[in-house]
Design a protein around this ligand. Structure first.
Ligand code: PLP
Length: 389
């Protein structure tokens, strides 16, 4: 693929061309079935012997799920992909396929909080140690990598939105023979294809932009046949976090409009980020598209970013005065959402990455949806004025 090609045009062509469906249906039918019968003993026996690949049971292989996996593999440039019941199922099944007791995992700082909690609770109890490094500090990464079982990345990172030089980090990991996995949910396969930057495995919470309509929780991993095959044989069948056919069908529908939606999220979020950056009650805006150029391989920006208020804003009042922006976690759908970091700081028991990572309680995370940038800015600007102390 030509690197200079328009990322929206590239992705639009991929999601538009799908091959033939039964009945020449423009939308693929849903194989909503738990099992598949065999026409003969011979066919059953050959399938069990591994001489024939065909669906047997939906926890293993389902045609609708496979259709979704193939679309993701094409978008990311992977040889194979595997769908999951959630982003966390994809993350946990993938990471646990590459680490054993006594192993060390290297992880960039500010990853998705539940990935961090997985490493700090379950994996720790299984004897896997996780070392956190600032992904912008390549010398620190180089010191941490030797002997590691896996290098786990996310870029841009959660809340702090550090846009990492993924290609350089992947090259470094290759040099030390360490397998890399990256959470690419933020950029989506439209704006970043980490496999082309040298990363080994790409993970998505498909609950975000890939689904795109806030009606499905799902995940996916893609990469080479060999590495996805390792996940498929090591954890996938036994942890059993499989993607359902109906959810796969919703994701296929979501993918059709992914490029168009990403373009709209990018434009609206940049508009609002620039207005916030110029606002006297805003101390800092954390958006990879403001100021500096994007790192190589990141060809656009999405609708999720953070900013920090000065001391002169009452954050609960601000949150309650918003009308278009709804208070809610997750992101990637049509609707605009806001999360004040204060609630994360006040969160009950358990490892709390917001506090551990020093995320300021004056920070607010926005997901800019598709309601229209001017109306969204009017909503935000009004709420900020109403919350001025
Ligand atoms: C939501 C999210 C996840 C987890 O995905 P689920 O589908 O909720 O399990 C992982 N990574 C990032 C960056 C996310 O935002």
């Amino acid at each position: 693929m030509n690197e200079d090609a328009d990322p929206i045009a590239r992705a639009s062509l991929i999601v538009a061309h799908d091959g033939a469906n039964a009945y020449d249906a423009v939308v693929p039918p849903i194989a909503q079935t738990s099992l598949f019968t065999f026409p003969s003993y011979e066919e059953m026996n050959e399938t069990y012997k591994g001489n024939r690949v065909r669906p047997t049971y939906t926890r293993g292989l389902n045609p609708t799920v496979r259709h979704f996996e193939e679309m993701i593999a094409r978008l990311e440039g992977g040889e194979d992909a595997l769908g999951f019941a959630s982003g966390m199922a994809a993350i946990s099944s993938t990471v646990m396929s590459f680490v054993r007791p006594g192993d060390r995992l290297v992880c960039v700082r500010h990853v998705y909080p539940d990935a961090y909690r997985l490493f700090e609770t379950l994996l720790k109890s299984y004897g896997v140690e996780t070392v956190y490094v600032d992904g912008r500090d390549e010398a620190a990464v180089a010191r941490a990598l030797p002997g590691a079982a896996l290098f786990y990345l996310e870029s841009p990172t959660s809340w702090s939105m550090d846009a990492l030089d993924v290609a350089s980090l992947a090259t470094l990991a290759r040099k030390h023979g360490v397998v890399t996995a990256i959470d690419n949910s933020w950029a989506s396969p439209v704006f970043q294809q980490p496999l082309s930057l040298g990363v080994d495995l790409v993970l998505h919470s498909a609950s975000k932009y890939i689904g795109g309509h806030s009606d499905v929780v799902a995940g996916v991993v893609t990469g080479s046949k060999a590495l996805v095959g390792r996940v498929r044989s090591t954890t996938y069948p036994y942890l059993g976090g499989k993607l359902s056919p109906f959810d796969a069908w919703l994701l296929i529908r979501g993918l059709r409009t992914l490029p168009a939606r990403m373009k709209a999220h990018e434009a609206a979020a940049l508009h609002i980020a620039r207005r916030l950056a110029a606002h006297p009650l805003v101390e800092a805006v954390l958006h990879p598209g403001l100021g500096n150029t994007l790192p190589p391989g990141l060809s656009g920006t999405s609708g999720l970013f953070s900013f920090t208020f000065t001391e002169d804003v009452d954050i609960p009042t601000f949150a309650d005065r918003l009308r278009l922006f709804k208070l809610g976690v997750s992101w990637g759908g049509h609707e605009s959402l806001v999360v004040p970091a204060l609630v994360v700081h006040n969160q009950a028991a358990g490892p709390n990455s917001a506090v551990d990572f020093g995320i300021s309680p004056r920070m607010v995370r926005l997901h800019v949806g598709l309601e229209g940038a001017e109306a969204l800015w009017a909503d935000l600007g009004g709420a900020i004025e109403a919350a001025r102390i």
